[in-house]
Design a binder for this molecule. Structure first.
Ligand code: PHE
Length: 512
């Protein structure tokens, strides 16, 4: 039976037959033939199918310079750099202290350099009592064998360990000891011809005329009917395409955005630099509330003061804090200070943004229902660790409507998590100074078999809504959920910081 091969494969077979060695490194061979590695390997696979050739994989150890090593490759080893200083300044003798100062080297490196200068017999050291001095002792200082070995990395950034000659091993060991190199393992493919492949004469092989692409001309002329179509092997990996991509976190945020939009919500945004008024006071947080302390909140010096809303609104908030105002509450019973409310800060939650939205409702004479959400940055003076960031993102929202209840709130939040792929949520009583009742929300993460806390929610208290004219039976459902927590589950990250350090491998694999 005659063997049919593609033209490219026949050419490669011819080249392989000309080779003197049996095993040929695939990547080098592809370079030599000036073809793509993938093209070469698909030809080898075709040879393999016809039992003419094959390849095997070997692990090879490569050595390469680390950062420090690369620096010395460019600027010379410390001993050479120090010697150059001696020669340039034409120094006949100098104390070590003076030389250290002159060289501007760090102490450790300086003494390493000095010790190699002595080993190379470039300098000698006197033991005179007035302080030990060193002096150069040669006229010429040719490249040392170690330096020669280092120079190899100029042409080959990676050197195969197996290709290092026996007599060079000592220099390799030295560079290793001086911690200037690192080792890497690489899988290398070596290709070879089988006995059949070596023996077969090229005249016995016919060219396979297969078509891998149909063109419109072929279809129009009908010539496709006579074509031998190349079967598509979908089990073979194609070349990996790397292109600019959207960051996985942005995709994630867009997904959440889509869910709220699909549920009839509108997105709102608010300032990052907020007033204490909207961040705390409008939320009925007393002015001595511990969350306002510097260790939880980043206050700003510039701008120092923020503009507050109209006088009547300030008065309404003052009354609510001092005596409950018209909310039916007795308030906190202290003297409310406008200056404290004017302080500027980085918002500690996006509830400040939903309150701003609330403040417009009555002013603009709006009608319920109003459904808005925000996905935005907040800041807290937290110690950063694997589950805390000082800068993170909240998924916040409110619904202003008549006669809405806690059940509606649970419904909305469950629906959101369900759309994110979390079927089970649990709510527990919680406490926030601005909601009553308040609810904490956890989702069930089946991979861990655990409930994970996601955030807070509740119905805004009359003390929060009445100052803005929102009164029973109109109520406001509110929630603020952590985005990064959810992202950790989605991207299977154990450390929250991993989401923002942008490991390139993750970015390549994860985003689309
Ligand atoms: N603002 C709260 C937080 O940052 C969450 C929350 C929002 C709670 C709205 C109740 C209502 O933790």
């Amino acid at each position: 039976m005659t063997i049919k091969l593609e033209k490219q494969t026949i050419n490669i077979l011819k080249e392989l037959k000309n080779k003197k060695t049996d095993l040929i490194v695939a990547s080098e061979f592809a370079n030599e033939l000036n073809i793509d590695y993938i093209v070469l390997m698909s030809a080898i696979n075709e040879l393999k199918k016809n039992t003419l050739g094959d390849f095997k994989e070997e692990i090879i150890n490569q050595i390469l310079l680390n950062k420090e090593g690369k620096f010395y490759l460019k600027n010379g080893l410390p001993e050479r750099q120090l010697l150059n200083i001696l020669l340039k300044e034409d120094i006949k003798e100098i104390t070590l202290q003076d030389f250290l100062k002159l060289s501007n080297f760090n102490k450790k490196l300086f003494y390493i350099g000095i010790s190699y200068m002595k080993k190379n017999k470039w300098i000698a050291q006197s033991n005179a009592s007035a302080g030990s001095k060193i002096f150069p002792i040669e006229e010429k200082y040719p490249e040392t064998e170690l330096e020669g070995f280092l120079m190899r990395f100029k042409t080959d950034t990676k050197v195969d360990y197996d290709k290092i000659l026996e007599k060079e091993k000592e220099f390799f060991d030295l560079l290793n000891k001086r911690q200037l190199i690192k080792k890497e393992k690489k899988i290398q493919r070596k290709i070879y011809l089988t006995e059949k492949g070596k023996k077969i004469s090229l005249s016995k092989i016919q060219e396979l005329k297969q078509v891998s692409k149909l063109t419109s001309e072929m279809i129009l002329s009908g010539s496709w009917k006579d074509c031998d179509l190349k079967p598509f092997d979908i089990s073979k990996p194609g070349p990996l395409l790397q292109s600019g991509k959207i960051h996985p976190m942005i995709n994630f945020i867009n997904e959440i955005r889509e869910i709220f939009l699909s549920m009839g919500f509108t997105e709102i945004r608010g300032p990052i630099v907020e007033s204490a008024f909207f961040n705390f006071d409008a939320l009925f947080q007393p002015q001595d509330h511990p969350a306002r302390e510097l260790h939880d909140t980043f206050y700003l010096n510039n701008p120092k003061e923020s503009k507050l809303p109209q006088k009547s609104s300030i008065q309404a908030i003052r009354d609510t804090h001092e005596n409950g105002g018209n909310s039916g509450s007795i308030g906190w019973g202290y003297n409310w200070d406008e200056d404290i409310a004017k302080k500027t800060l980085l918002r500690t939650h996006t509830t400040a943004t939903t309150i701003r939205r609330l403040s417009e409702y009555y002013k603009n004479n709006e009608k319920p229902p109003i459904k808005v959400f925000s996905i935005d940055r907040v800041f807290r003076n937290e110690k950063v660790d694997k589950s805390h960031l000082a800068e993170f993102t909240q998924i916040e929202g409110i619904v202003i409507d008549e006669n809405v209840t806690l059940c509606d709130l649970i419904g909305i939040i469950s629906e959101f998590y369900k759309k994110m792929g979390f079927e089970k949520i649990i709510t527990r009583p919680g406490f926030f100074p601005y909601t009553e009742p308040s609810m904490e929300i956890s989702v069930y993460y089946d991979k861990l078999g655990e409930w994970l806390e996601m955030g807070g929610s509740g119905i805004f208290r009359p003390e929060v809504t009445y100052p803005w004219g929102i009164k029973n039976p109109t109520r406001v459902l509110a929630w603020g959920l952590g985005l990064e927590r959810l992202a950790m589950l989605r991207f299977q990250r154990a450390d929250i910081r991993d989401l923002y350090i942008n490991p390139i491998k993750w970015l390549r694999e994860e985003s689309y």
